[in-house]
Design a protein around this ligand. Sequence first.
Ligand code: KIV
Ligand code: ZN
Length: 514
Amino acid sequence: MRKIDIFDTTLRDGEQSPGINLNTAEKIEIAKQLERLGVTIIEAGFPASSPGDFDAVNKIAGTVKNSIVTGLARCVKNDIDRAWEALKVAEQPHVHVFLATSPIHMEYKLKKTPDQVVEQAVEAVKYAKKFFPLVEWSAEDGFRSDREFLVRIIEKVIEAGATTINVPDTVGYATPQEYGDLFRYLKENVRGAEKVKFSAHCHDDLGMAVANSLAAIENGADQIECTINGIGERAGNASLEEIAVALHIRKDFYQAETGINLKEIKRTSQLVSRLTGFLVPPNKAVVGKNAFAHESGIHQDGVLKNKQTYEIISPELVGEGEVPLVLGKHSGRAAFRDRAQKLGFELSDEKLNKAFEEFKKLADRKKEITEEDLITLLTEQSVSIENIPKFELNSVQVSYGTDNIPTATASVTTPEGETKALAATGAGSVEAIFNTLEQLVDSKVNVLDFQVTSVSKGRDALADAVVKIRYNDVTTTGRDSSQDVLEATAKAFVDAINRYLFHEKFVKKHIAQI
Ligand code: KIV
Ligand code: ZN
C-alpha cells in the first residue's frame, strides 16, 4: 500500500470562503480535532495576512504535536519572515510558498516575465530554506501553465531546496484525465522528481475536485490538499472526507492509504460546520444527514435482508450514529469532567463549571442527552473568548400571536458593562428579534442569511442558529445553540455583531486575500 499524505487546508483555503471568520480559539479547536483525525499536515493560516492569522498559526504550531503545522507565504521575504516567527515553535517547521506560473497570471496579475518568475521562486525557496527544514512550493494556477515552463521552474525550485512540489488546479478547470496526465508528465520529465513529494490541490468549480485529486494519486501524487466538508474559495476545495473514504473503500483499486482515523470524520465535519456556520447539505457524500438514509421501499427491503445490497459505506466507519450519554441529570461534576476529558476537551475549571451548569439546565429539559449535545455544549465553552469586551445577551422575550404584531424585548450588557433594555416589532418573531438587537449598533445591519438546524434528533433537540450579516462592508457569521429556536437566533445575531467588533479591533486584513 502506498501512503498518501493528507494536507488539510480548512483553516487557510477553507477560511477564505466569504463570511467565514473564525477566531483563534475556534481555529485551535479545529486544529486539535484535525490532529485527532490524523491529518499529516495542517495549514493553519497565512501569517503575513493579518495579526489574527499570525496569532492563530503561532498558537496552533505551539499546541499541535502529532501533525505538521504549516503556514502560507507569498514568494517575498517579509511573508517568509512572518511565517518563521509564527512557526518556529512547531515540532517540524514547514512553510508553504507559492507563486503563479500560468501565462495569464504572470502577465496580468504579477506583471512579470517567465524568467523573472523563475528567479523570484528560486530566491524565495532558498531564503525559506535558511529557516525551514520543510519547504513546499506551489505553482499557483499550475494546471493552466505551460508544461515546459512548469518543468523548468520546478527543476529550479527543487535545486533551491524545495521538499514538496504542489501543482494546483486553482480555478477548478481540469478534468480527471488531464490532471492525472499532468502529474505523470511531471514525474517523468522533471529532473530530481524522485527527491520530492508531489502534491495535488483542486478546486471544485466544475464539481471535479475529488475526482481530479484521485486521478493525481493514480498518476504519482503523494500528497492531497483538501478541506473538511469541501469548504473553500468559490465552489470550495476537494473534500477530505470523500477522498479518505474513497481510498479506504476502494483500496482494492487505489492500493493507497492515508492514515486518517475514519471514525473521527463525522465529529470533525460537525465541528467545522458548527464553527464556520457553513451547513452540510443533506445529500453530501459521507457526511450529509441523508448519506446513509434509505428512503425507497425497495432499498429498505434490500438493506433489511442484507446491508450490502445498497450500503457500500457503513455509518459506523465514519463515526456516524447517535450515542446516548450515560450521564443524566443526577450526574456529578467529576463524571462530567471525566467524560469531557475522554472526548478530548481540556477546559479551565471556570469553563468546565460553565459547561456543567449548561449541561444541568439541559438535562432538566431534555429527556435524553446525546454525545453530540454534550460536544456542542463543551465546544461552546471551549471556543468562547474571555477578556474581550463584547455584548452579552441577558434575556430575550418574544410576544407572538397570529393576529398580533410580533414584538421582541431584550436585555443586553454592553462591552462597557452597561445594561440596556431594547424592544422592537417585526413582520415575524425572527425579524422582531433582529430589529431589536440591531439597535446595539449605529446603523442598518443587512441579514444575508439565516438558518436553524437541530443538533440531534427528536422534538426536544438542541437548535443551532446561524446568522450571516453585512455591516459597514464587513461580512460576519454568528452562531449559537440553545434548546429554544428563538433564543438561539438572538444569541447568534449578537455573536455576529461581536465578531464584527472583533474584526474591527483585531483582524482587519493588511493585504488583499489571495
Ligand atoms: O488554489 C491555489 O492555487 C492555492 C495556492 C495558494 C496553493 O490555494
Ligand atoms: Zn486553493
